[in-house]
Design a protein around this ligand. Structure first.
Ligand code: F6R
Length: 605
C-alpha cells in the first residue's frame, strides 16, 4: 500500500513529484524516494522515514530533469532502510512499485543464478533486474516491459523510467490501483486521483491486467494480452487544494471535532425530513426482495458493520452475516440467491475488502459499497454506491468516517425496513426524526471534551485498558480499544461486558482501567452489574453513561453522556472513546496522525 507518482513533464519533475507524494503519505510513511531522467541519465534521491526527510535531502542535492517517478513506502519485504526505499534502479531502469510480487523468491533465484547482484531485500528489485535482463537481451522497451509483466504473480502497480528514453514511461496495474493523468503536453501516472490532483483532473483508470506506455503527447493502454485497448476518460472531482489542520494540533483532532458537521451533511443526502423518509440511490434490484445481507469490512469499518447488524436485524428483520474481509473468502461462505453483499470501506481500496467483494460478485450476489472515496476501485466495481460524505480523512486512525458510516448504515436499515414492510410511514418518520438528532448530540459530547482529557491523562500510562459494552455498544467497545492501541500504543481490548467473567476478569487489578459504555437502555442494569464485579476486584472503572443513578461507590470516574435513542446512541458513544484515545496519545507524545507501522490505505492482503 505504497503511493506512486510519475511525471513526463515540461518543467522540473522532482518538486512536482514531492508535492504529489505529500497527498500520498496516507499510503505509507516508512521511506520515500524520487528518480528523474536528467539528460537521459537516471538520478535518484531516497530517504528512510517520513517525506520531510526526503524533502530535506532534496533541498541539499536537488534532482534535475523533467521526467521522474516517486514513491512513498509502507514496508512489506525488507526493513524501512534507504537501501530498501524506492525507486529501485539498475544501470538501465528505475522503478517504483506498490503491492507484493508473490513469486519473487523463484525469480530472484533465477536472476542470482545468472549473476545478478541485489542491493536490498525487496521484491521490487527483482522486477527491476528482470526488466533490465530483457532490455539487455535486445528487446524493445515496450516488449521487455510486457514480457516482464508476464512473469509476475501477485498484486502490484508499477511505474518505470528507462535510461536514455526521455519521452517514455510505463505503468502497469494488477490488483493495486493505477491511474493515468492526461495533461497538456505532459502525462502522468499515480496511485489514485488524489496523487494527481495538482496535475490533472482528466484521468484514465487502468483495469486489472492493463498496462500503459506514455509519452508527453500520447498514452496507449494495453490489456494483459498486449492488445491495444481504449479506456474511458473520467473527470475527477478531487480538489487540488491540500486539506489543512485549521486551528487544530492534529488532523485526528480536527476530524473528531468536525463530526457533527459531516454527519449532518451525510444525513442531509439520505434523509428527507419533510416527508419523514429515507432516500437511497436507485438500485438495479428490488431491496424488498433481498433475503439476506452480508456485511464485510476491515478494522474500524468492520465495527461499523457489527453495529449495523443490530439495526438491520432489529428494525428490518433481515438476517445479516458480518465478516472480517481478510477471513471472508477463506471460509467458503454460503450465498443465498438474490442476497446483497455490502462492503464498507473508507478508502474503497482495502485489498482484503476488495478481494471479498470480487468473491461475492463472482457468486452472483448484488454488490453494494459504502465508501468515502468516490473514484475508488470498490466504487467502480459495485452495483450500488452509498457514499458516506465524510470529506477527506487524513488522520490514519479513522474517526469521522466511522460515524458517517454508522449514519448511512442507520439510514439504510430504516429504508430496508420500510421496503420490507416492517415499519409503517409513521414509524419511518419517527426513526428519521431520531437520526436527525445525531449532529446536535455529538456537538454536546464534544463540548465537554476537557473532562475526557482529564480522564485520558489517568489512563495514558496504563499497560492494559479494557473497554466493555453490551449489545450494540459491544462493537463501540472494540472500536475504543482499537483507537487506543493504534495511536497511544497501549494494549487494549474490547469485550462484551458479560463475557469478562469467562476469563478476562483475571486481568483486573488496581492498575487496569476499564471503560464501561452503558447508555440508559434495556441492558444498563446488566452492564452496571458487570462493572460492579470489576470494582470488587479493584478495577478502575470509568463509566460513560446518561443514567445518573448508575454511578456506584468506588467508581474511578464518570462521563455524562446525552440521552439518545437506539439509532443514535452508538454514533454518539463513538466520540468519547475517540477522544480518550486521542488525549492519551497526546499525553504520551506519540505521532497521532501517523502512528508507527500503520498506513491509511491498506492495499496489500
Ligand atoms: C482504524 C482504521 C483501520 C481501517 C481499516 C479499513 O482506525 O482506520 O482499521 O478502518 O484499515 O480501512 P477502509 O475503511 O479504508 O477499508
Amino acid at each position: 500500500m505504497c503511493g506512486i507518482v510519475g511525471i513526463l513533464g515540461k518543467s522540473a519533475a522532482a518538486p512536482r513529484i514531492l508535492e504529489s507524494l505529500k497527498r500520498l503519505e496516507y499510503r505509507g510513511y516508512d521511506s520515500a524516494g524520487i528518480a528523474t531522467l536528467d539528460g537521459g541519465e537516471l538520478t535518484r534521491c531516497r530517504a528512510p522515514g517520513k517525506l520531510e526527510n526526503l524533502s530535506a535531502k532534496l533541498g541539499q542535492t536537488p534532482l534535475a530533469g523533467n521526467s521522474g517517478i516517486g514513491h512513498t513506502r509502507w514496508a512489506t519485504h525488507g526493513e524501512p532502510t534507504e537501501a530498501n526505499a524506492h525507486p529501485h534502479m539498475t544501470d538501465r531502469i528505475a522503478i517504483v512499485h506498490n503491492g507484493i510480487i508473490e513469486n519473487f523468491r523463484s525469480l530472484k533465484a533465477e536472476l542470482l543464478d545468472t549473476g545478478t547482484k541485489f542491493e536490498g531485500e525487496t521484491d521490487t528489485e527483482v522486477v527491476a533486474h528482470l526488466l533490465t535482463r530483457y532490455l539487455s537481451e535486445g528487446l524493445a522497451p515496450k516488449d521487455a516491459f510486457h514480457k516482464t509483466l508476464g512473469r509476475l504473480e501477485g498484486a502490484f502497480a508499477l511505474c518505470v523510467l528507462i535510461k536514455g528514453e526521455q519521452n517514455m514511461m510505463f505503468g502497469a496495474r494488477e490488483g493495486s490501483p493505477l491511474v493515468v493523468g492526461l495533461g497538456d503536453g505532459e502525462n502522468y501516472l499515480g496511485s489514485d486521483a488524489m496523487a494527481l490532483a495538482s496535475l490533472s483532473n482528466r484521468l484514465i483508470y487502468l483495469e486489472e491486467g492493463d498496462w500503459a506506455q506514455l509519452s508527453r503527447e500520447a498514452v496507449q493502454v494495453y490489456d494483459a494480452a498486449g492488445k491495444a485497448v481504449t479506456r474511458p476518460i473520467t473527470i475527477s472531482q478531487v480538489a487540488a487544494t491540500m486539506v489543512d489542520k485549521g486551528n487544530h494540533r492534529h488532523f485526528m483532532q480536527k476530524e473528531i471535532f468536525e463530526q457533527p458537521t459531516v454527519v449532518a451533511q451525510a444525513l442531509g443526502r439520505y434523509l428527507d425530513p419533510n416527508k419523514g423518509k429515507v432516500r437511497l440511490p436507485d438500485m438495479p434490484f428490488e431491496l424488498a426482495t433481498v433475503p439476506k445481507i452480508t456485511l464485510v469490512a476491515c478494522g474500524t469499518s468492520y465495527y461499523a458493520a457489527l453495529v449495523a447488524r443490530y439495526w438491520i436485524e432489529k428494525i428490518a428483520r433481515v438476517p445479516v452475516d458480518v465478516d472480517i474481509a481478510s477471513e471472508y473468502r477463506y471460509r467458503d461462505p454460503v450465498y443465498v440467491d438474490g442476497g446483497l453483499a455490502l462492503f464498507i470501506s473508507q478508502s474503497g481500496e482495502t485489498a482484503d475488502t476488495l478481494a471479498a467483494l470480487r468473491h461475492a460478485k463472482a457468486a452472483g450476489q448484488h454488490i453494494g459499497v459504502l465508501v468515502n472515496v468516490m473514484g475508488s476501485t470498490m466504487a467502480r466495481e459495485a452495483d450500488v454506491i452509498l457514499p458516506i460524505h465524510a470529506g477527506p480523512e487524513i488522520g490514519v486512525a479513522s474517526t469521522k468516517a466511522f460515524t458517517c458510516q454508522l449514519s448511512v448504515l442507520a439510514a439504510f436499515a430504516i429504508n430496508l425496513a420500510a421496503a420490507k414492510g416492517q415499519i409503517n410511514d409513521e414509524q419511518e418518520d419517527a426513526y428519521v426524526s431520531e437520526l436527525e438528532t445525531a449532529p446536535k448530540l455529538m456537538a454536546q459530547v464534544l463540548h465537554h471534551d476537557e473532562k475526557l482529557q482529564d480522564i485520558a491523562r489517568s489512563i495514558a500510562h496504563a499497560r492494559d485498558v479494557l473497554f466493555v459494552g453490551r449489545g450494540i455498544h459491544f462493537p463501540i467497545a472494540m472500536e475504543g480499544a482499537l483507537k487506543l492501541k493504534e495511536i497511544s500504543y497501549i494494549h487494549a481490548e474490547g469485550y462484551a461486558a458479560g463475557e469478562l467473567k469467562h476469563g478476562p476478569i483475571a486481568l483486573i487489578d488496581e492498575n487496569v482501567p476499564v471503560i464501561g459504555i452503558a447508555p440508559n437502555d434495556d441492558l444498563i442494569d446488566k452492564t452496571v452489574s458487570n462493572l460492579q464485579e470489576i470494582m470488587a476486584r479493584q478495577g478502575k472503572v470509568i463509566l460513560l453513561s446518561d443514567n445518573a443513578e448508575s454511578e456506584a461507590e468506588g467508581m474511578f470516574a464518570r462521563f455524562e453522556m446525552p440521552t439518545a435513542g437506539e439509532l443514535v446512541a452508538p454514533i454518539i458513544y463513538a466520540i468519547p472513546v475517540q477522544l480518550l484515545a486521542y488525549y492519551a496519545a497526546v499525553e504520551k507524545g506519540t505521532d497521532v496522525d501517523q502512528p508507527r507501522n500503520l498506513a491509511k490505505s491498506v492495499t496489500v492482503e
